[in-house]
Write a protein that binds this ligand. Structure first.
Ligand SMILES: Cc1cc2nc3c(=O)[nH]c(=O)nc-3n(C[C@H](O)[C@H](O)[C@H](O)COP(=O)(O)O)c2cc1C
Length: 145
């Protein structure tokens, strides 16, 4: 479910969805977001740029690799757009506790760089409790705005 539309001249995917997420081909984060049952835009794996047209929460998994960063490169590119950064309200991290010290590190890195809160962290595709807590948290966030 998404309200995103592609701008015909630039090919940029523009969205007013309240959730924007990245998910690799393994699709864990996408499965979690689908379970929220709200409109969301997935940053495309084919490199199509996404531009946020309204405030949103970013859901991002961590991908660590020796000598490289932990934020997925397509998310780095997305956040390099100042318009996207200006609409970013906060981050929800996805990861795997097997990675110990770097559990959900991408969310912490983005939060520090963009000066926004980390709202929540969950493992893999999340538990039913994670889904309920995040759905309630997002509803409360939008009620306050
Ligand atoms: C190569 C690789 C490196 C990973 N590094 C981390 C890590 O440093 N910290 C973490 O919390 N999870 C790490 N993960 C786990 C992923 O974040 C987790 O599997 C997530 O659910 C993937 O989301 P996706 O399927 O939506 O891409 C790693 C997974 C892979 C395959």
């Amino acid at each position: 479910m998404t309200s995103a539309t592609v701008e015909p001249t630039t090919g940029i995917r523009q969205t007013t969805d309240r959730v924007i997420h990245f998910s690799s081909s393994s699709g864990n984060t996408d499965r979690f977001v689908q379970k929220l049952g709200i409109e969301a835009t997935r940053i495309p794996l084919d490199g199509t740029p996404v531009q946020a047209r309204a405030p949103f929460v970013l859901v991002v998994p961590t991908y660590g690799a020796e000598g490289k960063g932990h934020v997925p490169p397509k998310v780095v590119a997305f956040l390099n757009d100042p318009v996207n950064r200006s609409h970013l309200l906060g981050v929800i991290g996805a990861g795997n506790t097997n990675f110990h010290d770097t559990y959900c590190l991408a969310a912490d890195i983005i939060a520090a760089k963009c000066q926004v809160p980390v709202f929540y962290k969950f493992e893999l595709m999340g538990t039913p409790d994670d889904v309920d807590r995040v759905r309630e948290g997002l509803e409360a966030l939008w009620r306050r705005r």
